[in-house]
Every structure is written in structure tokens, then in C-alpha cells.
Design a protein around this ligand. Structure first.
Ligand code: HSE
Length: 328
């Protein structure tokens, strides 16, 4: 169930564009206990993808956006998503892809997913928007699956905006949830890198029933809290019994950052996506600023640099962010 969106300004297939762009916001995957099922788009930094039409059917990466990102289109999420859109649309043209990377690499803010989403939206714009949002979501998930593992809790909010629940991956079924306007979110990104594939490899295969029951209760409580604007309940429900314990050991300083954020007044928080970024919820700007300072200081005390910022839920995703905007 997705929110109504304004009708798109479809271009006629008779007047092909030569170039098109899209941006996609950062994202908190695994929002608290919502491993692979709850994601939140956040405002601020974005990835931007620009595509240029070529007639020979090839998909190439002109500019990967960072020296560590692949120039091979088959290994780059933007290239994979671009190709997937062209194949689904059955259109016999290709694209040259240029990425401006606003999101950190291996940072836990949905960087690889953002490039996939923005590429899918940009290519669809280029060819006159033949694909509907559900098909674009499939294309982005396909790209994310090849590079980081199959999950939609980043790409879905980055495409649609707000908080999104992934009810099912096969078939894809996503639900947009309410986004409390008072909610502030601190994103703390320590100077560490953790590849999603590595962070997924430490997740437990089997989980005790008592843990599952607790996790289910917390995920359900998040949905209820968002719908009723109950920030205290939202904070209490940020209790991840599955991914956080498994991944915290890979993230020096996370436990101390948690302690610092909670002491500074956070409602709750956890690891963002696969980490190393963590997120901390607050109900007002003053508390959010206090959390920024406290978490940064806790990393500094351990000799680890940390970039922390206060942000909010990004209500618009890539589909609805204007082509020429520079931030979500
Ligand atoms: N749900 C994914 C994971 C998010 O936890 O591996 C990765 O960004």
C-alpha cells in the first residue's frame, strides 16, 4: 500500500530525451528490530545519477563517483539497475551512466542502494517513463541483490520516501507507514567501513523462539508508534535482539556510542543498515544536538573520528524528488 503520488509528467516516446537525472536519499535499513523489513529515508545528502542515451544498446559507467567503485557496469549497482530498466522496458537503446556520490561507501546509509534507485528512476525518465514504481522497485532490488544481498529495506524507502515496511520480498509487497513530523534522527558515521555482504555473513541462521517473539513485538510496536505519533513507544521498541548483537562486535566504539546517546536523552536507536553508521532518535532539536556532541565525543575518546549530523525523515523519495534538486 503506497501513498498516492501526483501524476507523473510522462514524456511521449516520440520525443526521446538525450539525458536525464535523479537523486536518491540516504536510508536507515533495519530500522531498530526491523531486520530487512523496515527502512527510513533520511533528509540531506543524496546520490545523483545522470544517464545519457546511446543508440548501440550498451550500458557503460562514465563516472563511478568514487575511485573505489566499479567502472564495470555489471558490477556497479547503478549500471545493473540501468540495464534492468532497459530490459524490462524492451527498449533497444543504451546509456552512459555518471554518478555523483553524496553518500558514504560501506557506511550503512544505503549508498549502493541509492545509486541503484537513482539510476532506475533516471533511465525510466530518459525513455519516457514506461515502467511503473513497482517495476522500478524490482529493478533496484535486483541490483542491490547482486552487490549486497537481496533485501529491499533500503531501496524501497529511497524510491518512495518516508518509512517503508517490506511485507514480502517474493513477491515484492511494500507498505508506506506514517512519518512523525517531530521525530529527529541523529546519524553518527565513525571512520570505519563495513561491507554489507560481510555484515550479513555474521547474522544468525537460526533464532530462539523467545528472541523471535520479542522482535515481533517490537516491530509491531514501531508500526503502532508511527501511526499514533507515540515517540516514547517508538523509542522503547528500538530493541534489536538479532542484528545489533551480532554486528556490534564488528564495530569498535558502537557500545560506547549507544551509552553516550542514551545518556544525552535519545529515545532509542541502533545500527543503521549494516553499519558502521548508527542512528539515534530524539523528539526535539536541542536533544538531537546534544546527542550529536555526545556520540562524537565518545568516538573521539577512543581515537576514532566520527561525522555526526541531526536529520529528519525524508518524506519524498527518488520518484518525487525534482530532477534538479541537490538534497532530499
Ligand atoms: N537489511 C540490510 C542488512 C541493510 O541488514 O544487511 C543493509 O544496508
Amino acid at each position: 500500500m503506497l501513498r498516492d503520488r501526483p501524476p507523473s509528467s510522462r514524456l511521449s516516446l516520440g520525443s526521446p530525451r538525450q539525458t536525464a537525472s535523479a537523486i536518491a536519499p540516504a536510508c536507515i535499513g533495519n530500522f531498530g528490530p526491523g531486520l530487512d523489513v523496515l527502512g527510513v529515508a533520511v533528509s540531506g545528502a543524496c546520490d545523483r545519477v545522470t544517464v545519457t542515451r546511446v543508440e548501440d544498446g550498451s550500458v557503460t559507467i562514465d563516472e563511478p563517483g568514487h575511485p573505489d567503485l566499479p567502472r564495470d557496469a555489471a558490477a556497479n549497482t547503478a549500471g545493473i539497475a540501468a540495464r534492468a530498466v532497459l530490459l524490462r522496458a524492451g527498449i533497444d537503446v543504451g546509456v552512459r551512466v555518471s554518478i555523483i556520490k553524496g553518500l558514504p561507501l560501506c557506511g550503512g546509509q544505503g549508498g549502493s542502494a541509492a545509486s541503484a534507485v537513482a539510476a532506475a528512476v533516471a533511465v525510466n525518465r530518459l525513455i519516457g517513463e514506461p515502467l511503473d514504481p513497482a517495476a522500478l522497485l524490482e529493478c533496484a532490488v535486483e541490483a542491490e541483490a547482486i552487490v549486497s544481498g537481496r533485501h529491499a529495506d533500503n531501496v524501497a524507502p529511497q524510491l518512495f520516501g518516508g518509512v517503508v515496511l517490506v511485507r514480502s520480498l517474493d513477491p515484492l509487497d511494500v507498505v508506506q507507514l506514517a512519518s512523525p513530523s517531530e521525530l529527529r534522527i541523529v546519524l553518527a558515521h565513525p571512520d570505519q567501513k563495513l561491507r554489507t555482504a560481510e555484515a550479513r555473513s555474521v547474522l544468525p541462521q537460526f533464532i530462539a523462539r523467545a528472541t523471535v517473539v520479542k522482535q515481533l513485538g517490537n516491530v509491531a510496536a514501531i508500526v503502532a508508534a508511527l501511526e499514533s505519533d507515540d515517540l516514547q513507544l517508538l523509542g522503547r521498541a528500538m530493541d534489536d535482539q538479532i542484528a545489533e548483537p551480532a554486528r556490534a562486535v564488528l564495530l569498535p566504539g558502537f557500545t560506547q556510542a549507544r551509552e553516550a546517546a542514551m545518556t544525552a536523552g535519545s529515545l532509542g536507536g541502533s545500527i543503521s543498515g549494516a553499519g558502521p553508521t548508527s542512528f539515534w532518535l530524539a523528539g526535539d532539536d536541542v536533544t538531537a544536538r546534544r546527542i550529536v556532541d555526545a556520540v562524537r565525543a565518545s568516538y573521539t575518546a577512543l581515537g576514532i573520528g566520527c561525522n555526526a549530523r541531526a536529520t529528519r525523515i525524508a518524506q519524498l523519495g527518488s520518484l518525487d524528488l525534482p530532477e534538479d534538486s541537490t538534497a532530499a
